[in-house]
Design a protein around this ligand. Structure first.
Ligand code: IDP
Ligand code: MG
Length: 137
């Protein structure tokens, strides 16, 4: 069974969309294996998004991610990584398909509600960034 790291970003937590994100993922058959609320420091946000450190939006993205609490979750299921990406929609909400979380709720390409691992390699870095073994049930 594949696992993926999902984050309900600070914009969505502030707008009381935690339940909506979890509901859509569970409705697609994904199972929650770990879940916590976290307040990332600027440094922790930078570490999580280190692959984007050369991008022009890195400073803005990481201060947004450190601006308020997030929900971090590990979801499991067959093809979980791809399936969560489909539920999320494209990074830019204007390009995201109808019915996706980002099309429905994102307010900009940066404030786009949700993160999901983009590959098995990313998931292998991102899951232990938030969860220890005993926190994954
Ligand atoms: P993803 O979240 O769909 O995988 P990535 O390209 O990995 O998209 O970018 C990580 C995050 O950085 C995005 O979810 C979004 O919050 C932010 N981001 C991506 N591209 C831009 C941009 O062009 N301007 C501002 N923020 C961006
Ligand atoms: Mg990404």
């Amino acid at each position: 069974m594949e696992q993926t790291l999902v984050i309900v970003k600070p914009d969505a937590v502030a707008r009381r969309l935690i339940g909506e994100v979890i509901r859509r993922c569970e409705a697609e058959g994904l199972v929650v294996r770990g879940l916590k609320m976290v307040a990332l420091s600027q440094r922790e946000a930078e570490g999580f998004y280190h692959v984007h450190r050369q991008q022009p939006f890195f400073g803005s993205l990481t201060s947004f991610m450190a601006s308020g609490p997030c929900i971090a979750m590990v979801l499991e299921g067959e093809g979980a990584i791809r399936r969560v990406r489909d539920i999320m929609g494209a990074t830019d909400p204007l390009k995201a398909e109808q019915g996706t979380l980002r099309r429905s709720f994102a307010t900009s390409i940066e404030r786009n509600v949700v993160h999901g691992s983009d590959s098995a390699e990313s998931a292998a870095f991102e899951i232990p960034y938030f969860f220890s073994r005993v926190e994954l049930l």
